[in-house]
Design a protein around this ligand. Structure first.
Ligand code: V47
Ligand code: SF4
Length: 353
């Protein structure tokens, strides 16, 4: 532990073995202290938030992930928004809302041209809005369906208005566990290749990890390590977002959710391990606002956004926030309460206002 602390102090990279040791034997206060050091080195006293909203176009899905409470396989209804409904959601937003995050299920009948036209429609309605859209899993399906290669597909979507890619669909890269919990989904290799291609085209992205289910600590380190190696090559990731598995209303409901201590360990070790990721995000609709507040002391510097009650992925899976909305003053208050300076950001982490 002393050797690892010395490395972190000297801003030296820790090894996979060090990371595993931290998971297995690191005491929470010690991990928090090291993570705080890394966070402060990268982000000073700032903690970020953004005014954003989500659009979830459909819950009709070709896949059947066992942890999913959102898709039509586990919901009483099957639905898809029309273009008019999507446009209505965009037009309903205040002009200070700077980002839309679009992600949903993998619809069997929608192809890349449908999603490209959607981007154009949104771009025309709000030329200033940053469009962060389509997880690598959605992209993989729509690009393959069009018979395009990854680079051509992404370049087409970029030309329609795509600005960046969200981090969903990464789940857990270890192939054995991935097969058990979401065997039908795009492979880990495909997820990584799509993000790498996006970075080459100048589209930044985020990365996530679903933790607290069937995986072992070694699988978490393997996941972090594959991301760290990709980021070494491209520097295209903005943020890493650990996503705690929530067990309501899905095929994995028999698995007990991990403790808050485990959540904070996950944040802290992610911050220490991913020394080349500028930001660590706590997605408050998934963990609840109390835990998001605590996470600011375990390496987190970004609380995502105001959301405006526009996502159901987590409320359906049992998260505390059933109608997630956070006002700008609540964001500021939460951050100030943690002795940080609140910074309203745009999608590229530039301060606004
Ligand atoms: O990939 C689904 C996760 C992800 C459950 O890029 C679940 O800024 C826990 O990726 N328990 C989609 N997690 C959401 C996502 C995301 C969220 C916020 C910000 C960003 C960003 C990306 O949600 C899926 C999956 O890992 N998920 N079901 C569940 N039961
Ligand atoms: Fe479909 Fe995504 Fe749910 Fe998997 S997690 S079943 S890809 S909506």
């Amino acid at each position: 532990m002393k050797v690892i602390a010395d490395k972190v102090n000297r801003a030296e990279r820790i090894s996979p073995e060090d990371g595993l040791l931290l998971f297995e034997h690191g005491e929470l206060g010690f991990l928090g202290m090291l993570a705080d050091l890394v966070r402060e080195r990268l982000n000073g006293n700032k903690a970020y938030f953004i005014r954003n909203f989500h659009i979830e176009p459909t819950n009709i899905c070709v896949n059947k992930c066992k942890f999913c409470s959102y898709s039509h396989h586990f919901s009483p209804d099957k639905w898809e928004l029309t273009r008019e409904e999507i446009l209505g959601k965009v037009l309903a937003q205040d002009k200070n809302v700077g980002e839309v995050h679009i992600t949903g299920a993998v619809h069997p009948d929608r192809d890349i041209h449908y999603y490209g036209e959607l981007l154009k429609l949104i771009r025309e309605a709000r030329p200033d809005l940053h469009i962060k859209a389509y997880s690598a899993v959605e992209l993989d399906y729509m690009i393959a369906k069009a018979g395009m290669d990854i680079e051509a597909g992404l370049a087409y979507l970029k030309s329609c208005g795509l600005d960046s890619i969200p981090g969903g669909g990464a789940e857990i890269f270890d192939e054995t566990i991935r097969k058990i919990i979401c065997g039908m989904k795009s492979t880990s290799e495909a997820w990584l290749a799509i993000h790498e291609a996006a970075h080459r085209l100048g589209l930044p992205s985020n990365a996530t990890m679903l933790y607290g289910h069937r995986e072992h600590y070694s699988h978490r380190i393997d996941h972090l390590d594959r991301l760290r190696r990709l980021q070494d090559r491209t520097s295209g990731f903005n943020a890493f977002i650990p996503l705690k598995f929530r067990n309501t209303n899905n095929e994995m409901s028999g698995i007990t959710e991990v403790s808050v201590v485990e959540d904070m360990k996950m944040y802290a070790i992610s911050r220490i391990y991913l020394d080349n990721f500028p930001h660590l995000k706590a997605y408050w609709p998934a963990v609840g606002r109390k835990l998001a507040r605590v996470s600011l002391s375990f390496g987190v510097d970004d609380l995502d956004g105001t959301i405006n009650d526009s996502t159901r992925i987590y409320s359906l899976a049992g998260a505390e926030e059933q109608s997630p909305v956070m006002t700008v003053s609540e964001m500021r208050e939460m951050i100030t309460d943690a002795q940080r300076v609140p910074v309203e950001r745009d999608s590229l982490y530039r301060a606004v206002n």
